[in-house]
Ligand binder design. Structure first.
Ligand SMILES: Cc1ncc(COP(=O)(O)O)c(C=O)c1O
Length: 380
């Protein structure tokens, strides 16, 4: 089955009772047993729920994996993956992971005797050099949030295999439309389904996909034991979102390419980072392992914080919002928004400069997106 067909059809069977074409929304906490010890495969929604099961099967199918496990948020998914480790274990992690992930690792999981080393994973040698005798997980985000660093997953997959280390990939930015990390040896692929997979800023959710039955069993155990599960309605909304994922992502990527090229030629823009531009440092890797470059762009204004603020306060169509990956164009200024609390030197050392702007390019007409940016840049 081709990918475009899978996103629409995978996991969908007409409801046996009514013939409903869409999976019913089982908004229930529990299930009535016919008699002691005899249920219909479901007993309590924290353990499993038919609507969530449809979503988990759908996500596994589009990621090209065997098993999916859905959670209440992307962060709950990351946390559940890290629950596969034990006290004393060490993780090698991309240095530009989403700030919420590094906050979780550095401010919560370190208290449970887990250890983290952050490296620029766009050079796979950095990962191998950081491996210690207790390294149990390599955690890669590609492209990263917000600097859009791209990691060569085949190279990292080989390193993980050689050292027998679990390999997890946060593929939220790429989506299975453009990248399927399991094909490169990943053991775990996670998504914040809050973003492109649901696609309309309508919910918070997450999921992990694996081909390994042992990991699936452990993750299901974590899911039902800790209980960070998504509600059935959020699962249902995500299922609906996925059905248009392929169409949406192609439009996001087409628009983003045009916007990136426009920005790159703009005199008030010092530099543009987009994996689809030949100027991107990992353009060749991105072109080889991704079939498209998705909808996220970072760009650097020459005028620092004042310029960033002016653009943020001048855009009209683009929404000033912290999230990404939805149909609406959204814009963020890390120095005054997501990373405002991080001291300037720390931010700058991570490449999060005062003039950095991140844009999640939506599926509106690209002329309108560019006209909006043009009028905002004119005010700088
Ligand atoms: C790449 C990435 N991973 C994980 C997360 C966390 O997901 P959530 O906000 O759904 O918990 C985010 C959120 O922005 C993200 O961008």
């Amino acid at each position: 089955m081709k990918f475009e067909t899978k996103v629409v059809q995978a996991g969908m069977t007409p409801d046996p009772t009514t013939g409903a074409i869409l999976p019913p929304l089982y908004q229930t906490a529990t299930y009535v047993l016919e008699e002691v010890g005899k249920d219909k495969g479901f007993d309590y929604t924290r353990s499993s729920n038919p609507t969530r099961q449809v979503l988990e099967e759908q996500l596994a199918a589009i990621e090209g994996g065997k098993y999916g496990v859905a959670f209440a948020s992307g962060m709950a998914t990351v946390d559940s993956c890290l629950k596969l480790l034990k006290a004393g274990d060490h993780v090698v992690c991309s240095d530009d992971v989403y700030g919420g992930v590094s906050r979780h690792f550095n401010q919560i999981l370190v208290n449970y005797d887990l250890h983290f080393t952050y490296v620029d994973s766009s050079n796979a040698a950095n990962i191998e050099n950081a491996i210690q005798s207790n390294t149990k997980l390599i955690w890669i985000e590609t492209p990263t949030n917000p600097l859009l660093k791209v990691t060569d997953l085949e190279a990292v997959g080989n390193i993980a295999k050689k050292h027998d280390i679990l390999f997890g990939v946060d593929s939220t930015f790429a989506t299975p439309v453009f990248l399927r990390p399991l094909e490169y040896g990943a053991d775990l692929v996670m998504h914040s389904t809050t973003k492109y997979l649901s696609g309309h800023n309508q919910l918070i959710g997450g999921a992990v996909i694996t081909n390994r039955e042992d990991l699936f069993d452990q993750l299901k155990f974590v899911q039902k034991t800790i209980g960070a599960v998504p509600g059935p309605f959020d699962c249902w909304l995500t299922i609906m979102g996925v059905k248009t994922l392929d169409l949406r992502m192609k439009k996001h990527a087409e628009n983003a390419q045009t916007v990136a090229e426009y920005l790159e030629a703009h005199p008030k823009v010092a530099s543009v980072t987009y994996p689809g531009l030949p100027s991107h440092p990992s353009y060749d890797v991105a072109k080889t392992q991704m079939s498209g470059f998705s909808g996220m762009i970072s760009f650097e204004l020459t005028g620092g914080i004042p310029a960033g603020k002016t653009v943020m306060n001048s855009v009209k169509l683009a929404k000033l919002a912290e999230s990404l990956g939805a149909v609406e164009t959204m814009i963020t200024h890390p120095a005054t928004m997501t990373h405002a609390e991080v001291p300037r030197e720390d931010r700058e050392s991570r490449g999060l400069t005062d003039g950095l702007v991140r844009i999640s390019v939506g599926i509106e007409h690209v002329d309108d997106i560019i006209a909006d940016l043009a009028q905002a840049l004119e005010k700088v």
